[in-house]
Design a protein. Sequence first.
Length: 175
Amino acid sequence: MNPFRPERARLLQEVRATVRLALPLLDLIGVTPSLRHDVQRFLLAISWGAPALTCYFALRGLSEGLSLTRPSMYFSLGGLVLLVPLDYVLMFGKLGIAPQGAHGCGVATAIVLWLEMLAFGVYVLFRRNYHGMGARGMWIGLIAGLSVAAALLFTRFWRRAWQPRRLAVPMTAPA
């Protein structure tokens, strides 16, 4: 039995709940009902890239804080170069893959976000400009990014945990 199975199912349930919380916003911004299902599937797929995005932002902040702005530009452009063909393949079903439409676009974006974060992390670990920070700086950035990711993914848990409790006190004495 896989010990991570319950946590994985719980995480999936929370991601789905987060997407459901975004659904009223779809009406506010004017998404037509015929597109609603595709938008839901896209949001669910792209939400798996949120942890990678927050870690990438932490790494980008580290790099830009050291006045090294070019790496973040190069990794962002590299991600775009990867995203365009991957979007095309997954959306329209090329190379033997079934067409997935908007869901495929979300999957492609999540994959590219993870690749960008991993590439930037490897770059920071092995590039001489960051050696003053050492691996410690890298881990501090990743921990900061993961904490933001946890906040994004587990908002529902925390909201339920911090829900205001009933603090009413009876105003009359018992008869």
